[in-house]
Design a protein around this ligand. Structure first.
Ligand code: HEC
Length: 175
C-alpha cells in the first residue's frame, strides 16, 4: 500500500466510525412518543359552549370524545375524535339538521341505537355543533387509524386494509 492510499483508508475509516456513532446517538430520537394526534381548531369559547351542549344532549351516551367513554356506553357509535378531518362543517350541519340522519349516513344498528335527529334544536345550536365537530382534527400520521375505526364502526366489517387503495372507501363523496 502506498502512503497516500493508507491516508485515504484511514480517512474513510474515521468517517465510517463518526457516521455510525452519530447514527447510534440519534437512534430513537425520531421515534419518541409523537403525542396525542387529536386537536381542535375552534376558539376556546366555541369549544366550551359546544362541549356543554354535547354533555347536556347526551351525545356521550353513545359516542366517545377525547378518548373518554361514558362507562354506561354500550352503543357501537363511531368515536368523534378527529371527525372534522373526515367531515366538513356543511356536511355536519346537514346531518344534525336532518329529520332522518340515516338518509345521509345509513345505519346497521337497531333503531334505538341509531343517531337521533337533532332537527328540533334551534339553528344556532346546530351551527355551533357543526362548527365544533368540524374543528376536531386529527394529525396526518394518525388519519388512517381514524378512517379505519370509523369504517369498522359504521359497517361492522374489518377495514379492507392498507396497500389496496382500490378497496378503500372513498370519503370524498360523503363530505
Ligand atoms: C342513541 C345513540 C346516539 C346519540 C345519543 C348520539 N349519536 Fe351520533 N351517532 C350514533 C350512531 C350509531 C352513529 C352512526 C350512524 C348510525 O348508525 O345512525 C352516529 C353518527 C354520528 C356522526 C357521524 C359520524 C361519522 O362517522 O361520520 C356524528 C358527527 C355524530 N353522530 C354526532 C353526534 C352528536 C353531536 C350527538 C349529540 C348532539 C350525537 N351524535 C348523539 C349514535 C348516537
Amino acid at each position: 500500500m502506498k502512503k497516500g492510499e493508507r491516508w485515504l483508508f484511514a480517512a474513510i475509516g474515521v468517517l465510517v466510525v463518526v457516521g455510525v456513532a452519530r447514527g447510534v446517538m440519534n437512534y430513537g430520537k425520531d421515534r419518541g412518543d409523537p403525542g396525542i394526534p387529536f386537536y381542535s381548531t375552534a376558539p376556546k369559547n366555541v369549544q366550551r359552549q359546544a362541549s356543554d351542549l354535547y354533555r347536556d344532549l347526551g351525545c356521550r351516551d353513545c359516542h366517545s370524545l377525547w378518548g373518554t367513554r361514558n362507562i354506561m356506553q354500550f352503543v357501537p357509535a363511531p368515536s368523534l375524535d378527529g371527525i372534522g378531518s373526515l367531515r366538513s362543517e356543511e356536511w355536519l350541519y346537514r346531518y344534525f339538521s336532518a329529520e332522518n340522519p340515516q338518509a345521509i349516513l345509513p345505519s346497521r344498528l337497531k333503531k334505538k341505537y341509531r343517531m337521533p335527529s337533532y332537527a328540533y334544536l334551534p339553528e344556532a345550536k346546530r351551527r355551533l355543533l357543526a362548527r365544533y365537530f368540524a374543528s376536531l382534527k386529527v394529525k396526518d400520521w394518525y388519519l388512517d387509524e381514524v378512517r379505519k375505526a370509523e369504517y369498522e364502526k359504521l359497517t361492522g366489517k374489518p377495514w379492507p386494509g392498507h396497500g389496496r387503495p382500490a378497496d378503500k372507501p372513498s370519503t370524498g363523496d360523503r363530505r
